[in-house]
Design a protein around this ligand. Structure first.
Ligand code: FAD
Length: 545
């Protein structure tokens, strides 16, 4: 029988082991995990902090006994693989509880050691006992116990990526005061600045002390100091600054690491050494769209890579076709999902693009709980190829993004979104789904049927005394409006054309962009040539305020 050894017993490791078993009932499969648990849900860890998960042991989905009895996999916990002999095809394994070592032989070796949370040495106090990182069940228990044992009330989370955001949300829901510090100009770099404003506002509504564009320089038992000099009360710190591929074992064995620092693998997830595969957070992947190498720490790619690597061992055709980075995260009542390229990524990769923003309701307005769905589509110019999308709302925004992820994978164009027939019922969505609407707007933009400007330009338009017309009804205007905007409601504009000059640019907005778009189209037909819709309208403008 084939001897299979797997290093790492969670997302990628457990998937590789299980797939090998499904393909080969006779294989001897041994999975080494240096921690005390295998097969746990990393993604659920933060929910222990809020009490949504009461018992941290529930996070472990399968234990070694179940793996042995259900899959005939030897899952050996508290055992670290410390060396690989690629010539003799053996690994050295250390029992981390006793220190005893042994050798084990393999025919095929899978590495899925994951990634290590970064602790920058430049931050004074980063190794203090009140500084935590979150990677496994031991970590989350240690953090929670510390917060309880020392009656901590104020916690600082460093890093506004999805782990930092989930940790913040769960700490707030658990009753803690939270400082969230992000060094970049906005949190969540998988979405653009404009969309990030929406979730940042939500964070502020929940009294998160959100600070962007500043970094932590020092940590003590009671205080966190920022580069700006600000000092924040903080009894504990969660460092969610990022992760680095765990390549120590691989590199020591002569396995090549790529330009991004992840293990280099080929189209079948083979390393440069024979019979050694690597998958998951530890490897370097290729972006399907830019064709550049990158790192990506997400569960689905880890599991799929593991399956494909196992398939290759058993002679099945599998090919690493790269990643697009689809992901989602809740931010209190808001949900955020994104896929493909952001505007920023397009700029960095010198890809010419345009953006269509629509803000429909997530279900028919009459239905209880109908809420705005902020949807941004990024597409290539002049090709119209779908490049990326971001969605935020209280409903299930992953649905829209999953459609776009499929379209990106299939190299579809904005025209393909127009007549894409999706499910509709008033409680579920609008008859024309947000993705259909975005497709229509995008096609109109490509056909130059109308002009739009992003909401981010409104402030400078006001400063330049540009003519901004708010076509909402007077009561909406009275409730709040852009400083210099004049109110000509959609219901009146045809009778008030004299107030709309033809010899200067005119910028139109309403609440979501729908009424203003119709007014823009009407004015164009009435001979106005210099008229612009403000994309996203008042809702988007407010996000910039
Ligand atoms: P891991 O799952 O980290 O497993 C690696 C294992 O290998 C570790 O347990 C480690 O102890 C072990 N190991 C390392 N070296 C050795 C060795 N030499 N010997 C023995 N064992 C070793 N992804 C999503 O897609 N969606 C989410 O919502 C999401 N939320 C997350 C929330 C948190 C808090 C965290 C930490 C991660 C989250 N992720 C999420 C990321 C996702 O969990 C990872 O991308 C995925 O687990 C990677 O799988 P992996 O097998 O590469 O690494």
């Amino acid at each position: 029988p084939k001897k299979i050894i797997v290093v790492g017993g969670v997302a990628g490791g457990a998937s590789a082991a299980a797939r090998c078993r499904r393909l080969d009932e006779s294989a001897q499969i041994t999975m080494y995990e240096k921690g005390p648990d295998v097969s746990f849900s990393n993604c659920s860890l933060p929910y222990y902090l809020s009490g949504l998960i009461n018992d941290a042991d529930d996070i472990v989905l399968m234990d070694p006994w179940e793996l042995k009895h259900q899959y005939n996999i030897d899952a050996i916990v508290n055992h670290e693989v410390t060396a690989i002999d690629p010539v003799g095809q053996t690994v050295t394994v250390k029992n981390v509880l006793t220190g005893a070592t042994e050798k084990a032989a393999y025919d095929e070796l899978f590495l899925s050691p994951g990634a290590v949370p970064v602790r920058p040495k430049s931050i004074s106090g980063i190794d203090n006992e009140n500084v935590f990182t979150i990677r496994n069940v031991v970590d989350i228990k240690a953090l929670y116990d510390y917060l309880m044992d020392y009656s901590i009330t104020d916690v600082t989370v460093i890093g506004g990526g999805f782990i930092g955001i989930e940790t913040t949300e769960n700490l707030v829901n658990g009753g803690f005061n939270v400082n969230l510090i992000e060094g970049q100009e906005h949190i969540l770099n998988t979405i653009d600045y404009d969309m990030a404003q929406i979730i940042q506002k939500t964070m502020l509504d929940y009294e998160v002390n959100l600070i962007t564009g500043d970094t932590v320089t020092a940590i003590t038992d009671t205080t966190v100091t920022l580069k700006s000099g600000r000092r924040l009360k903080s009894g504990a710190v969660v460092a969610a600054i990022g992760v680095a591929p765990d390549t120590t074992l691989a590199q020591a064995a002569g396995i090549k690491v790529g330009v991004t620092g992840g293990i280099q693998v080929d189209q079948n997830f083979q390393t440069n050494l024979p019979h050694i595969y690597a998958v998951g957070d530890a490897v370097e992947v290729v972006n399907r769209q830019t064709h550049k190498r990158q790192k990506l720490s997400l569960a689905f790619p880890a599991q799929m890579e593991a399956r494909q690597a196992a398939d290759h061992v058993y002679g099945r055709q599998a090919r690493n076709r790269g990643v697009i980075g689809s992901q989602c995260v809740p931010v209190f009542e808001m949900n955020v999902a994104a896929t493909g390229l952001t505007e920023k990524a397009c700029q960095q990769n010198h890809i010419d693009y345009r953006v269509a923003t629509v803000i429909p309701k997530d279900k028919v307005l009459l239905m209880p709980g109908a809420k705005p769905l902020f949807f941004k589509l990024i597409f290539g110019y002049p090709t119209g190829e779908i490049l990326g999308a971001q969605a935020i709302g209280e409903g299930w925004v992953d649905r829209q993004i999953d459609v776009i992820a499929t379209m990106i994978t299939n190299h579809n164009y904005v025209e393909d979104l127009e007549d894409l027939e999706l499910c509709y019922q008033p409680k579920f969505s609008t008859a024309k789904n947000a993705v259909n609407m975005a497709g229509l707007v995008a096609t109109n933009i490509l056909n130059e049927e109308f002009h739009q400007i992003p909401a981010s330009q409104v402030r400078s338009l006001v400063e330049q005394h540009a003519l901004i017309i708010d076509v909402r009804e007077p009561d909406e205007y009275e409730d709040g409006h852009v400083l210099s905007a004049i109110n000509i409601p959609m219901s009146e504009f045809r009778d008030r054309l004299a107030e709309i000059p033809r010899d200067q640019p005119v910028y139109i907005h309403c609440l979501s962009g729908q009424r203003s778009y119709n007014v823009v189209r009407a004015l164009m037909q009435l001979g106005y040539t210099n008229v612009y819709n403000i994309a996203g309208s008042f809702m988007a403008i407010c996000e910039y305020e």
